[in-house]
Ligand binder design. Sequence first.
Ligand SMILES: Nc1nc2c(c(=O)[nH]1)N[C@H]1C(S)=C(S)[C@@H](COP(=O)(O)OP(=O)(O)OC[C@H]3O[C@@H](n4cnc5c(=O)[nH]c(N)nc54)[C@H](O)[C@@H]3O)O[C@H]1N2
Ligand SMILES: Nc1nc2c(c(=O)[nH]1)N[C@H]1C(S)=C(S)[C@@H](COP(=O)(O)OP(=O)(O)OC[C@H]3O[C@@H](n4cnc5c(=O)[nH]c(N)nc54)[C@H](O)[C@@H]3O)O[C@H]1N2
Ligand code: SF4
Ligand SMILES: [Mo]
Length: 728
Amino acid sequence: MQQLDHRASYGETICPYCGVGCRLWADVGYGKVLRVKGAEAPANRGGICAKGATLDQTVDVHDRLAQPLMRRSRQHELAPVSWDAALDTLARSLAEIIRDHGPDRVAFYGSGQLDSAAVYCAVKLFKGRLGTNNTDSNSRLCMATAVAAYRSSLGSDGPPTCYDDIELADTVFIAGSNMADAHPVTFDRIKAARKTNPELKLIVADPRRTATAEQADLHLPVRPGTDIALLNALACSIWQRGGTDESFAREHCRGFDDYAAALARLDIDRLCNECGVVRDNVERAAEWLDASRRWLSFYCMGLGQSTVGMWKINSLINLHLLTGSIAKPGCGPFSLTGQPNAMGGREIGLLTHQLPGYRFVDNPEHRAEVERYWDAPPGTISDKPGLTAVEMFRALETGRLKAIWIAATNPAVSLPDLHHIRRALARAELVVVQDAFHPTETTRLADIVLPTASWAEREWVSTNSERMVAHSEKLVEPPGAALPDWQILCKAAQRLGLSGFDFNDAGKVWNEWIGLSAGRPCDMAGMSYARLEQNKNFQWPCPREDHPGTSRLYQDGRFAHGDGKAVFLFRSSLPPKEAADHEFPLVLTTGRVYSHWHTLTRTAKSKQLWRRDSEPFVELHPDLAEKLGVGDGELVQITSRRGTVQIKAAVTDRVPPDVLFLPMHWGDQFAPGNAANYLTISAIGRVAKQPELKHCAVHVEKAHVQPEQSPAELLHGSRLAPFRVMRK
Ligand SMILES: Nc1nc2c(c(=O)[nH]1)N[C@H]1C(S)=C(S)[C@@H](COP(=O)(O)OP(=O)(O)OC[C@H]3O[C@@H](n4cnc5c(=O)[nH]c(N)nc54)[C@H](O)[C@@H]3O)O[C@H]1N2
Ligand SMILES: Nc1nc2c(c(=O)[nH]1)N[C@H]1C(S)=C(S)[C@@H](COP(=O)(O)OP(=O)(O)OC[C@H]3O[C@@H](n4cnc5c(=O)[nH]c(N)nc54)[C@H](O)[C@@H]3O)O[C@H]1N2
Ligand code: SF4
Ligand SMILES: [Mo]
């Protein structure tokens, strides 16, 4: 950080919100963050969105957690305690459960918002010391399908592309992503590229006419859950019109003949019928992709949050392999990472089946390598993949799992089927929550709450959507006794009597981790902490201290499978787990708005953001509104097989008549009892185990009961309303 005078200074950090990973300049004075602006950096070139620009309003706020909290029993309220008391109880309870029932009765549920040092300490503690792979993160709700698809199609996780590909592409295909709202600075870059190059075509596949779709040359309003049909129709049309790059498909890929044979059996009209997109538009999109020398695809939760999300993404990658539009500048599949360090979690192994450096728990050599590195006796790391996010909560409800340690995520808002999540947390013997704020929907249900230093209050390292690893400075002191996440994990490990956690700064943790990345696909051995601090960012792989980093993967035409080939994986359509029917005739899809971040613990603090979107709403089509006798702004009651909520109608023809869109942001604190996830289904996919947050069946009617308080009163009044569903 640069000192300007004795009170004022200025520093640089990465934005703690989305995976674009914008670098920000912050003015600091009197120990506070005063102002935030976009910095000149590869990810954002000075750009910033409204969430980033209002970050200063989220730091020094009334509900920052400054001390550990604990309750004596479930009948008592949470009360402040010392770190000693909190860590003693935590360590004693965990040790007892492990002694009596074995390590697989405890779990760590983290997040893509933990920095890399914290992820490393959590993985080392749970997998490498306690011996349980019940070590997952909210990336399971988010990027797990992308991870599984990259691995199966290309041989390893990791987007092969970079932001510089945007200006080099002839066509950009955005599938299941509302970039304009969710990754705005990258979308701005696409808009700017189109100004400079009016020939650059934009295709958007989304059931809704989003702010992103509105900018498109061609919007494909795919019926929710039917992307495989759309993507296969595109493949078939490209193949029929001779757009296949056969030499690439044969030389660099496996499975082309089988794939082509599968395409030959397809009937484009039938597929168009299934996905609800008119054939002319499918043909037009195919023609553009075929005519492009280089095309780039962006995708996010519209593909990923599905029980066949991995298959949807395999189908998209097939299109790149078919046209040879991959492993070259301006080309390739580009997953938009949701959270600021979800990539870091993937690299370091915060998914139940992974170990640091894209190693896997079911691989004996990988386990042995990591055990050696950690001085752990052979056999310490379990060979069984652990419970994933949704499975953890099911296991808590059934009693198979007894303790859960939750960090940097708010599952009492963000997991599907919230009535079930609340039952699960009520049944747990021990719930530890590590957060920067209190109360949140989840801290309220905890036995022990651990206060963390949040953005600006600690230095940290994160990896963004384009594999760019970046260092952030500490700008201000954390409140009270709050500590960085990695330090809390180390202190708890030491209380448990475990070795290997005596790091005295974040740099030491980082330098230990990158040793494990050496020689792996995400090689960061050349990014020592000192080098990162000085040069700010590098893209992996970066194997040596004199290596500049790597902007694109597979440029030599060798993919990460053992034989160097990518794989065509033809996937047939499979319907979502819960189809609309006579009882629940409409489809509910959920997602984000521009102005808010997830469960509102931060963006609700900003007056500007709150003014823009202060209340939850549900988008429904004018024809449906008319049928229900509901006007814009009137309350509707939406019911699924799991719950019912009351929300104001936003009548708009941006959604089709049989689809409702409900933002995920408002939980019980801001809309008691009316969170989107009271309705959603917890069905998960077979391989990636990602829940189907984008699709469930609902019934809707005009609401006849008015709520007692509006969400705005709840926020700006001094008292927060009690939850409707209390723990037992
Ligand atoms: N403002 C803001 N930005 C964020 C976040 C935030 O909370 N707020 N969160 C970050 C995180 S963690 C994530 S994961 C990303 C998410 O970023 P996105 O995935 O872009 O955002 P969502 O709104 O969840 O969903 C995107 C779109 O998927 C569409 N969709 C629904 N069903 C289908 C389908 O079956 N097929 C297709 N093709 N599309 C479908 C929805 O209509 C929606 O417009 O955003 C990141 N950025
Ligand atoms: N219906 C529906 N549900 C969804 C989605 C959807 O599209 N639809 N999307 C899913 C996706 S993709 C995601 S990523 C999840 C996101 O869901 P969550 O991860 O639950 O959302 P956040 O509000 O980001 O939760 C982060 C928590 O960490 C706290 N926090 C902030 N800074 C720090 C810190 O430095 N350290 C610690 N320890 N805590 C901190 C915040 O106060 C907050 O409580 O939601 C998922 N749920
Ligand atoms: S685009 Fe994403 S990373 Fe950039 S300022 Fe906005 S929220 Fe932050
Ligand atoms: Mo996400």
